[in-house]
Design a protein around this ligand. Structure first.
Ligand code: MG
Length: 368
């Protein structure tokens, strides 16, 4: 099999809640998602998606994804999409860095590998483990009482894991964490994710003020060194996310005992191939993971489900179902949340069919 054409689609994904807000007042109302279609010389077509969390979360943005795919297109047309090692090697040689650009292409190649093998991607990523994948719900940053109400609202939808978006004013964040903690019931998990928004002193104030609570602290500061400083001054369990952007960062952080869990996002590390490598290493090192992506629609939600469902349950801290946060469907067949859980599709590949009514015409087509 070889890739003969690459079609690129752009789709807006409005947020059902209207606005998603996290640290420093950063917010997104409509997500700019990019879908890649790999056309082959046979019957099969493969699909992948990349959807940055706005242009100011990671070094990634929607138009950048599409420009980068254009940069890579002529390097990968003609290659065998099921040869993931070659595809990734060629992409890394042709374009230094820019992992998010490569993610949708790599994801589409996994879709083709699964379709050609007649197996769901989770079977090829290590094999399905357990009945289903437990989900968390991100609680957008709002006043403390509203965030506590939203915890209760999403509990009613089946979630038992909640990730509070903090990373604002320290006193306000302490109130947010306390208010949410008060409405928790037994068996629920609370994470306070600052998304790099605190200075060290802010973070120390917060972790000291909530030291009596059962809460995880995620990614307090923008630099690894500052986050490590906070880590060493708190006894609360600690997650790193933005700083763990690849294998080298993971190894350094492991050596420093810098975290108890990581957040593994598919596009942050360059696609399913590299995410699997980091996932497997985390399993070997006994580091639990939130397995997800920066954002996405149905295709990314499906890819998350395959990666998470093929991970040993003990090391799955949580995952999320981005397709339930947005109001536009970009594919049919993606996992649908059921009582706070989702399952990877049993169909070959990612198990999704693009919804071309919503994708519209391709914004770019590359050919041999
Ligand atoms: Mg995070």
């Amino acid at each position: 099999m070889k890739i003969t054409e690459i079609h690129v689609y752009q789709v807006d994904l409005p947020l059902a809640e209207g606005r998603y807000t996290w640290s420093d007042g950063r917010h997104v109302d409509v997500f700019d998602s990019t879908v890649v279609e790999l056309v082959t010389d046979g019957e099969l077509r493969g699909y992948g998606e990349v959807c940055p969390l706005g242009p100011f979360y990671l070094p990634a943005y929607g138009a950048g994804a599409r420009a980068g795919i254009g940069e890579l297109a002529h390097h990968i047309i003609g290659l065998d999409p099921t040869n993931l090692g070659q595809i990734n090697g060629v992409m890394d040689t042709a374009l230094l860095g820019h992992p998010y650009v490569k993610s949708a292409i790599d994801m589409a190649c996994w879709d083709l590998l699964g379709k050609s093998a007649g197996k769901p991607v989770c079977d090829l990523l290590g094999g399905r483990q357990g009945e289903s994948v437990e989900l968390y719900r991100a609680i957008s940053q709002r006043p403390a009482d509203e965030m506590a109400q939203n915890v209760a609202l999403y509990r009613d939808q089946g979630y038992r894991r909640f990730q509070l978006k903090v990373g604002g004013d320290a006193a306000a964040d302490i109130a947010r964490i306390r208010a949410a903690s008060e409405v928790l019931v037994a068996g629920e998990t609370l994470v306070a994710d600052a998304n790099t928004g605190w200075l060290v002193a802010d973070a120390i104030r917060v972790v000291n003020a909530v030291a009596d609570l059962d809460v995880y602290i995620e990614q307090p500061c923008i630099s690894y060194e500052h986050s490590l400083t906070v880590r060493r001054q708190t006894r609360l369990p600690f997650i790193l996310d933005e700083n763990i952007d690849g294998l080298h960062a993971l190894l350094a952080a492991y050596q420093d005992l810098a975290m108890d869990a990581i957040n593994l996002k598919i596009s942050k590390v360059g696609g399913l191939t590299k995410a699997r490598l980091i996932r497997d290493l985390c399993v070997s090192l006994q580091i639990p993971m939130t397995i997800e992506d920066s954002w996405g629609g149905d295709i990314i939600t499906s890819a998350i489900a395959h990666l998470a469902h093929s991970t040993p349950e003990r090391f799955r801290f949580s995952s999320t179902d981005f397709n339930s946060y947005v109001t536009v469907r970009n594919a049919i067949g993606a996992p649908q949340r059921d009582n706070g859980h989702m399952k990877a599709s049993s169909e070959p590949g990612l198990g999704v069919t693009p919804d071309f009514d919503n994708l519209g015409e391709a914004v770019a087509i590359y050919r041999e």
